[in-house]
Design a protein around this ligand. Structure first.
Ligand code: ACO
Length: 311
């Protein structure tokens, strides 16, 4: 029977149909989805911190309202994604525990500091821009709940990317000090944003299988190339310089030629030794502890209302 179930699963994948929670699926498919979706959810939740840092200091009421909306969107993305992962048989509590125990991965990008207001622009433009490049193809992921969650996430990410671009554009039209601040933020976020796409293809252990299962549609390097192609004309409009002197279009190879990414830095951040890893996790743990009474109250309320008292 397993052979038959496997054949049905393979046929659904081959026909570009979706796998739904009730369908049979190989254990390894389930496991890889739980891994990727939970890491993605954790990234959204941890990703609220670098920008949350600026909500009280945004330079105007309008900027504050926009930033608050954006950070709330990220919380929403985390919740859709935890819900999608739950359909695969893991609980929200288990995922949260893995995160606060420091056992779960989340995106490397959120382990960098945000010392200036221009970082809000650079995060929107570069980090959310990279997120869109990576996530638009995920709308077609073979697992239904993940692909559907991505549709709304990507629409919101587009708004985030534009608001970041607009912050940088405003700064670039400002004083020399503001222009310098914008360029400095771009210098600091450019390379980490390229690392968001993951290790190079020949060092990406999960890619081949995830592409065969049509979870991933493009390789890490393909998406990184696409992202750089998107940035170059936008950088020109902004008037910022991308901090890679080697960056040029290679006509013969039909690809962007760029300097080697510092993969040592990437693996250090993944190992928990990035500039802000400890702070991010500590804040998440404190938030979890501070929220214990809310979870207890919600559970007590739910128990009370699960069955009418009269029964
Ligand atoms: N930060 C942290 N870990 C990473 C990163 C990164 N930028 N890139 C790769 N890794 C991890 C992978 O999770 C994997 O770890 P694991 O095997 O222990 O689980 C390992 O490095 C090897 O990488 P790959 O084999 O290339 O892994 P994968 O096929 O999962 O590709 C990718 C990585 C591209 C990040 C994929 O998981 C993905 O598309 N995820 C969904 C998008 C996402 O999570 N975005 C988060 C940031 S965007 C945002 O939240 C705004």
């Amino acid at each position: 029977r397993d052979d038959e179930a496997q054949a049905d699963f393979d046929a659904l994948i081959a026909a570009e149909q979706r796998i739904e929670p009730r369908d049979w699926m190989p254990d390894a498919y389930r496991k890889t989805l739980i891994r990727q979706i939970s890491q993605h959810a954790h990234s959204e939740i941890i990703g609220m911190q670098p920008e949350g840092n600026w909500i009280t200091r945004a330079p105007s009421l309008k900027r504050k309202a926009i930033l608050m909306a954006k950070v709330q969107d990220e919380a929403g993305h985390g919740l859709y994604l935890y819900s999608a992962a739950q359909t695969l048989g893991i609980t929200r509590d288990e995922m949260t525990q893995q995160l606060i125990d420091g056992k779960a991965k989340y995106s490397s990008i959120f382990n960098y500091p945000t010392p200036t207001w221009a970082d809000m622009g650079a995060i929107g433009w570069l980090v959310d821009g990279a997120a869109i490049c990576n996530q638009v193809p995920l709308c077609r992921a073979s697992y239904g709940p993940y692909g559907r969650a991505m549709v709304r996430v990507c629409k919101e990410e587009s708004f985030h990317q534009r608001q970041g671009f607009e912050i940088l554009l405003t700064l670039m039209q400002g004083t020399p000090a503001q222009r310098e601040m914008a360029q400095d933020a771009v210098n600091r976020w450019y390379w980490p944003s390229l690392m968001m796409f993951g290790p190079p293809d020949d060092a990406s252990p999960n890619s081949a299988q995830s592409m065969a299962w049509k979870i991933k549609r493009f390789s890490n390097d393909e998406l990184r190339q696409r992202f750089v192609g998107m940035l170059v004309p936008q950088a020109e409009i902004l008037g910022v310089t991308l901090p890679d002197p080697e960056l040029r279009w290679d006509q013969d190879a039909q690809r962007w030629h760029m300097s080697e990414i510092d993969w040592t830095e990437f693996f250090e951040v993944l190992a928990g030794r990035g500039p802000m890893n400890a702070v991010r996790l500590q804040n998440r743990r404190s938030a979890h502890d501070d929220g214990a009474w809310v979870r207890e109250a919600a559970a007590a309320y739910a128990d009370k209302h699960a069955f009418p008292r009269s029964l």
